[in-house]
Design a protein. Structure first.
Length: 168
């Protein structure tokens, strides 16, 4: 019998992460001292500091837009989306560009790490102790030697309509 859990939607089983195969690859990023992972197949590009144009009346998590090789890309401040304080230093950070439904989004993070390949057997559901806001945007975790890798669900992270529905 095949493992159909990997194909069940996240709202039905708690994680949308496809766990087929022996390992999973993630582009890692730091926000503060916390390590996050984004599935490598969703990543289009990694950018250094960019000039961002503010968008009037946009939600606070939307930092603005930028031009990437002639395409307009919406820049999302992941720090604000996760409910974290603004950075204290002046380092402009980096961005991970992802494709969501044919649209490009720039996920603004403090620092981009490496591409990390982790064994799927090390995957765990979100622990109850993980911040509630982080659980909302996380597929689960991997416990590494001295760090916790929180896997971001890009679809939920970019779903601003769900946040509006919950607030109503």
């Amino acid at each position: 019998m095949s493992d159909n859990k990997a194909l069940v939607p996240s709202h039905e089983r708690g994680a949308a992460l496809d766990l087929r195969g022996d390992t999973k690859d993630f582009v890692t990023a730091y926000i503060g001292k916390q390590l996050f992972g984004i599935p490598v197949l969703t990543v289009q590009d990694v950018l250094g500091p960019q000039r961002i144009t503010r968008i009037p009346l946009a939600p606070p998590e939307v930092a603005g837009s930028l031009n990437l090789r002639g395409r307009i890309v919406t820049a999302i401040d992941v720090r604000k989306r996760l409910g974290l304080r603004d950075k204290e230093d002046e380092d402009p950070g980096m961005s991970i560009v992802v494709d969501q439904g044919g649209e490009l989004y720039s996920l603004m993070v403090d620092q981009v790490g490496e591409v990390l390949s982790v064994p799927k057997k090390a995957f765990e559901q979100n622990p109850a102790t993980l911040d509630a806001r982080w659980r909302e945007f996380s597929d689960g975790i991997f416990r590494l030697d001295k760090k916790l890798l929180v896997i971001l669900d890009v679809t939920r992270l970019l779903d601003f309509n769900a946040a509006v529905k919950q607030a109503v």
